[in-house]
Design a protein around this ligand. Sequence first.
Ligand SMILES: [Fe+2]
Length: 202
Amino acid sequence: METAVYSATPVPVEQFIDGIRELAQGLITKQKIYEYLCAYEIRDEDLAHYQQWLPDRHTRNKIFRNELIEVMLICWPVGAVTPLHTHNGQLGWMTMIEGRLMVENYRKIECNRPENQQVVGMDCLAGATRIEMKHLDTELCVPGGPLNTVDKTQTIHRIKNLPEWNERAMSVHVYSRPIDSCVVFDLEAQRCFRRDLKYDNE
Ligand SMILES: [Fe+2]
């Protein structure tokens, strides 16, 4: 049996976003947003406006974005999987609305283009052709369970909605700061590249 570790109060989307904006006016810390997301969630009838389902991949649906923070609803059909990717040193928080997700955390050990990390405003230019990664751990994320996060020390992961669960999943993601691209790793082909991130609802 899964034990809930928090129970958030559903609020209208406007109220939820106002609260986040207010927090973002001060120093944004991992703990601050974590506690907010354990206390409040967007009520179902408002989330319904952002839902979009595709049969073969997850959709990213923008709820709010300014220079500091972005909030989106991600809809994961059965079997949806992200490639292994970075978060550019962002802070990020994921709260489950329905279904469940598996998060596999990785750490980069080495690559043959370390000089490509020496760039301002992004984590790396990518372009390596030899990459060594270490699988650190795997987290199961469920509604009411501990939030999954990315931060400056844990920035590489892959998310899966396992086909055998046979259940779609929805999660709300908060990121600071917003990013428009990330580095994607293809370990089989031993290469990495930057990929643009788009919203599916604009
Ligand atoms: Fe991610």
